[in-house]
Ligand binder design. Structure first.
Ligand SMILES: Cc1cc2nc3c(=O)[nH]c(=O)nc-3n(C[C@H](O)[C@H](O)[C@H](O)COP(=O)(O)OP(=O)(O)OC[C@H]3O[C@@H](n4cnc5c(N)ncnc54)[C@H](O)[C@@H]3O)c2cc1C
Ligand code: SF4
Length: 487
């Protein structure tokens, strides 16, 4: 423990942001990381709890008290090794994780929690800056071949772990670039894509082969992005590889079955967001959905919706409104009741701060327009009783809408992909595989494993990394009889 009285002496210090007027001018990251002195003070706030709830609250079980102490002492090199021992990609989580560790921090019961995420961000930035993040190729090869389907955080974590265990890993990705939702979902202003490119280079040097624009499967639905130029059938993959990891995400979007859904100007969020990522990467698009000068309504109050808000504001939308079906949560959680779990409370993202009207307990009844183009949204207020929703009488209202983004989450992975592999599904349509005990992460299909959103349903980057790592160990055990990869 760094400074025994640190938690009594020092206040939490947040990472600061560039002002909205500056950051709205472009798509660059705008978070200003802690200085070394600030990080030292933040590390000193950690109480090095006998039972560190932060460690349990973190899905990858980051060894947080240890690196807090190391940062306090200025030993970034060792802090980086400790961080990497549980997390392949801390530069992703240090930027975009909602930080369940901080919700679990013991100091948070009575004070502001330790700024764990900002310290993680600082450690990995130092690591890259000093050239400490280098390829770690396996000392010897096993001669086994593993195919990873999908290059999101789950697929990347699985691939890196398996390559480091000496297996010959090929990652297949139907998009033209690697990264999954990190690349083509999460906007650049939350995480610039150079962070993915650096990791891809590191993994290539460790022996991972990346094949983009390749779809593994047979049929694919039209409402999910697919840039593939080549298709490989599952049976061919199973023939050519000793094991297959399905890490294809949860890509089937939840639709809004109301009259007017078919009008022009009504889009899934994932039609809109990837386009801007592609334009930022230098692609020339013929028909980009542009919010410039338009009245935008975003339906869905989560992360995806918030990313539509931030992107619309950067386009220069005339107005941005976000509706959520659920009631407005309390501004502060009841800490003694919910700690150390993730609390339901009002969350205001940096995108909301940039300009957005938000409204809760609102249901869309229909969309109306002229000449086949959406012009307004008709909604009503709803109330929730005993988990059931009811329309508030006479509460109907209308809202001008030139663009409507549907950001109501994802129902499940693409069923045709799981069906093509003859993988059993759970009740929610995810690939069925347990996470504990013998045969964990293994699906019902021979030598086929599943991890990330494809197995657990739509979730978080940090959970995808955890599953990718754990799945890699399961695959290694399956191929070799035992594994030294961490659990
Ligand atoms: C807009 C948006 C914003 C988000 N923001 C955050 C955030 O701020 N913080 C956070 O923690 N989480 C966030 N999430 C959630 C997070 O991105 C996901 O939980 C995470 O990326 C899941 O990782 P994954 O590897 O399981 O799948 P994905 O990232 O979805 O990657 C799956 C990849 O598999 C590919 N694929 C699928 N099927 C095939 C096939 N048959 N053949 C070849 N390739 C295939 C897909 O093209 C995709 O690239 C966000 C999600 C969205 C949609
Ligand atoms: S719970 Fe908070 S105070 Fe305790 S060890 Fe973890 S970060 Fe430090």
């Amino acid at each position: 423990m760094g400074k025994i009285t640190g938690f009594m002496e020092f206040q939490r210090q947040e990472e600061s942001y560039l002002p909205p007027a500056t950051r709205l001018k472009n798509y660059a990251e705008f978070v200003i990381p802690l200085t070394n002195e600030q990080a030292k003070v933040q590390g000193a706030r950690c109480m090095d709890c006998g039972i560190p709830f932060c460690n349990n609250g973190c899905p990858v079980n980051n060894i947080i008290p240890d690196w807090n102490d190391l940062v306090y002492r200025g030993n970034y090199r060792e802090a980086l090794d400790t961080l990497h021992s549980t997390n392949n990609f801390p530069e992703f989580t240090g930027r975009i994780c909602p930080a369940p560790c901080e919700a679990a921090c013991t100091l948070g019961i009575s004070e502001d929690p330790v700024g764990i995420k900002s310290i993680e961000h600082k450690i990995i930035d130092e690591g890259w800056e000093h050239g400490w993040v280098i390829p770690q190729p396996a000392a010897k090869q096993t001669g086994k071949k593993v195919a990873v389907v999908g290059s999101g955080p789950a697929g990347l974590a699985a691939a890196q772990q398996l390559a480091r265990a000496g297996h010959a890993v090929t990652v297949f990705e139907k998009s033209d670039r690697i990264g999954g939702l990190l690349r083509y979902g999460i906007p650049d202003f939350k995480m610039e894509k150079s962070h993915i490119d650096r990791r891809v280079q590191q993994m290539e040097a460790e022996g991972v082969v990346f094949r983009t624009s390749v779809l593994i499967g047979k049929d694919f639905p039209a409402n999910v992005n697919n840039m593939a130029k080549e298709t490989i059938f599952p049976e061919d993959l199973q023939k050519d590889f000793d094991a297959v990891v399905l890490a294809g995400g949860s890509e089937s979007p939840r639709d809004l079955p109301v009259p007017g859904r078919e009008l022009k100007g009504v889009h899934f969020a994932m039609d809109f967001l990837p386009q801007q990522n592609r334009v930022n990467a230098g692609d020339k698009l013929k028909d980009q959905i542009k919010a410039t000068g338009k009245h935008v309504v975003v339906i869905g109050g989560g992360d995806t919706g918030s990313d539509c808000v931030g992107t619309s504001n950067r386009h220069g939308a005339a107005s941005v409104t976000q509706f959520e079906l659920m009631p407005m949560p309390p501004e502060q959680e009841n800490k003694p009741l919910v700690w150390p779990y993730w609390p339901t409370k009002l969350r205001t993202s940096s995108s909301h701060e940039e300009g957005c009207e938000r409204d809760w307990a609102v249901a869309t009844k229909r969309l109306e327009g002229k000449g086949g183009k959406v012009e307004k949204l008709i909604a009503c207020r709803v109330e929730w009783k005993d988990g059931k929703m009811a329309e508030v009488p006479n509460s109907e209202f209308e809202m001008k809408a030139d663009l409507v983004f549907l950001a109501m989450g994802f129902v499940s992975p693409v069923a045709t992909i799981l069906d093509a592999f003859a993988v059993d599904k759970d009740a929610r349509g995810n690939a069925k595989a347990s996470t504990d005990g013998e045969g964990c992460y293994k699906t019902s299909a021979a030598k086929v494993f599943a991890a990330g959103d494809m197995r657990r349903g739509q979730s978080l980057v940090v959970w995808a990394i955890r599953e990718g790592r754990q799945c890699a160990r399961a695959v290694d055990e399956f191929l070799m009889g035992s594994s030294e990869l961490p659990r």
